[in-house]
Design a protein around this ligand. Structure first.
Ligand code: EPZ
Length: 423
């Protein structure tokens, strides 16, 4: 198992290039199950979760190869397979994204139920509700969701649960609806950029989708979809994490391959904290801070609000702000695993239900800490960049799930960070 050693206090400078979006690439790869012929997917980050999805596709009879230029090529070779096994699904919840495409294209699916998750309860009732409405018969057997869909028929579906819509739920229903007979309307669809990217990919494959980017997706089913070429959007959460790296270290950096229009909720709050973000090119921006960090109150919300996937990283920054901040987690009320670890570094954060109250401190001090999930790990790296002394972050396999070579990118910016084998 690897760990990171981060010695804080270095100013960052220079440029960082953002990779393709993990959460866009995963459903796009799953969608290739729907296609006749070859797909070429560009800008797919080289991450553990992507490797897991590639393995799942291979289990499902899809030939998947990573070319020397980084492109991923896929082509369905054997449609008789329909099982996504527990051994793979347990490591990545996004595996559930193969359910919709399997039902639509192969009329049958057997996908392991994902199981526990450190960021809180993550049900799949909305996925089931939508797919059932289209005509799939779903049952749970021996830890698997087993589905049959002799015929899928377009319907009007309201995708609402206790916490609003669902990102991967929307993608599953959208993918299934592309091959259903007639028209499907998904009301209250999630409209995250990753959902939009999937919809654009499906449209290139020949799907008929209206309302992309809105909460109302209208899909007119077609008989078949064909392989295509697509470039995945830049990862807005990776870009946001580098914005926070600039904020916490008070450094000026340039971020390339970044779609600022996907980051409006993050930019709004980061400016309040005292950080300047200046667009310098079509997909390039400059980040700098010339004043003390100011406290802010935020709530995580569906897009375009402040994303839950940036909550931990902002909290690391706020732990050094000049005053008290309140963070309300509205998507995953238990997503606060990083609080205890940030406190080990000297932060003053109190968790009260879905709220965290952060009393800014003057300095953090390096210590051994444990990464618990992807974004919590990123928050610990950020805190380490600003802490006095060395922060040892164990279990960095969590961060490898979603950040492509984060230590190399930070090192290039001047950070003192090393990956070492934990013996
Ligand atoms: C996606 O997860 C992302 N994963 C998550 O990214 C992200 O945190 C989340 O959306 C919210 O933005 C991928 O895209 C692969 P949801 P997803 O279904 O789709 C409730 C990361 O760090 N809900 O939109 O699983 C649920 O409990 C990760 O990269 C139901 O009630 O999230 C939550 O409160 C982690 N019933 C809310 O909806 C359902 O059937 C939003 O969850 C489904 C969800």
């Amino acid at each position: 198992m690897d760990k990171f050693l981060v010695t804080g206090g270095q100013k960052l400078s220079g440029e960082v290039t953002i990779s393709g979006s993990k959460n866009a690439a995963l459903p796009i790869l799953a969608a290739t199950i729907l296609a006749e012929g070859k797909n070429v997917i560009k800008s797919v980050p080289d991450l553990r979760d992507v490797t897991t999805m590639m393995q799942i596709l291979r289990e499902l009879g899809v030939k998947v190869t990573r070319q020397s230029n980084g492109d991923i090529e896929t082509e369905v070779q054997d449609e008789s397979k329909s099982t996504a096994p527990y051994e793979l699904v347990k490591t990545m919840r996004a595996s559930i994204c193969v359910l919709g495409p399997l039902l639509a294209k192969r009329k049958t699916a057997r996908v392991s139920l994902p199981g526990g998750c450190v960021i809180g309860v993550r049900p799949i009732d909305l996925h089931r509700k939508g797919l059932t409405a289209l005509g799939a018969e779903l049952a749970e057997e021996h830890g698997y969701i087993v589905g049959k869909a002799a015929k899928l028929t377009g319907r009007e579906i309201f995708l609402g649960g206790a916490f609003g819509s669902s990102v991967t739920g929307t993608t599953n229903i959208l993918m299934a609806a592309t091959l259903a007979e007639g028209q499907t309307i998904i009301e209250n669809a999630a409209c995250e950029p990753e959902v939009q990217d999937l919809a654009n990919f499906l449209a290139k494959m020949g799907a008929k989708i209206n309302g992309i980017g809105t909460h109302r997706l209208i899909i007119d089913g077609v008989k078949s979809l064909k392989g295509t070429t697509h470039t995945v959007i830049p990862d807005r959460i990776e870009a946001g994490t580098f914005i926070m790296a600039s904020a916490i270290t008070g450094s000026q950096i340039t971020i390339k391959n970044c779609r600022l229009e996907h980051l409006s909720g993050v930019i709004d709050k980061t400016k309040e904290v005292g950080v300047s973000i200046v667009k310098t090119g079509e997909h390039t921006c400059q980040i700098y801070r010339t004043q003390d960090l100011k406290p802010v109150d935020i709530s995580t919300l569906p897009y375009p609000g402040f994303p839950t996937d940036m909550q931990a990283q902002l909290m690391a920054v706020l732990s050094l702000a000049n005053g008290i901040s309140v963070v309300t987690e509205k998507i995953y009320p238990d997503r606060f695993m990083h609080v205890a670890e940030l406190n080990r570094l000297g932060a003053h954060i109190r968790k009260e239900g879905p709220y965290a109250i952060i009393s800014g401190v003057k300095k953090l001090s390096g210590a051994p800490v444990m990464a618990s999930d992807l974004r919590a790990s990123a928050a610990l790296v950020l805190a380490g960049l600003a802490a006095e002394g060395t922060t040892e972050i164990q279990r960095v396999y969590h961060i490898d799930r979603g950040y492509e070579q984060i230590e190399k990118k930070l090192k290039k910016l001047g950070a003192d960070i090393k990956r070492v084998k934990d013996v």
